[in-house]
Ligand binder design. Structure first.
Ligand code: DQA
Length: 155
């Protein structure tokens, strides 16, 4: 069975409480439960990880090497300046989908650049929790395409 890893970075554990006018009132627990149901229905394995610490995020990405088929990641503020997360994602060579709840391009200029985008297959921003659902649909198609191409799949 294909394995999808959903990673959320700093402050995303506070969804539902944090700046509701920007991020909405859905909690991360609710988003993850929704994704779990979607993955079950699609026959995909799914794991979740959230951390407020850059090194822990890097270590979780390393652990994914050889064990995960696609990473969906919202790196939070680290998107805009973490070369370490960029390097980790490059290292493991797993397809990456970047998600942002908010439209990072119509906010402060320091959010306009994502260091993660260059290592991502694609990304979704500004669609709130729906972005994660869409990312999971895309992840399912990506792992299917990779399996169909004869590249190795882990179970
Ligand atoms: C975010 C956007 C980032 O700029 C911000 O630092 C976050 C959340 C989003 O999902 O919209 O923590 O990644």
């Amino acid at each position: 069975m294909a394995n999808i890893l959903v990673i959320n970075g700093p402050n995303l554990n506070m969804l539902g409480v944090r700046e509701k006018e920007i991020y909405g009132s859905t909690s991360l627990v609710e988003i993850e439960a929704d994704l779990q149901a979607q993955a079950d229905e699609a026959g995909l394995g799914i794991e979740f990880f959230q951390s407020n610490h850059e090194g822990e995020l890097v270590e979780r990405i390393h652990k994914a090497w050889g064990a995960v088929d696609c990473i969906i990641i919202n790196p939070g503020a680290y998107s805009h300046y973490s070369i370490a997360i960029y390097d980790a994602l490059k290292t493991v060579q797993i397809p990456v989908i970047e998600v942002h709840l908010s439209n990072i391009y119509n906010r402060e200029t320091f959010r306009h650049q994502s260091l993660i985008a260059p290592v991502a297959v694609g990304g979704i921003f500004g669609l709130g929790p729906l972005g994660y659902r869409l990312a999971l649909v895309a992840a399912g198609q990506i792992v299917q395409a990779v399996a169909g191409s004869g590249a190795s799949e882990h179970d």
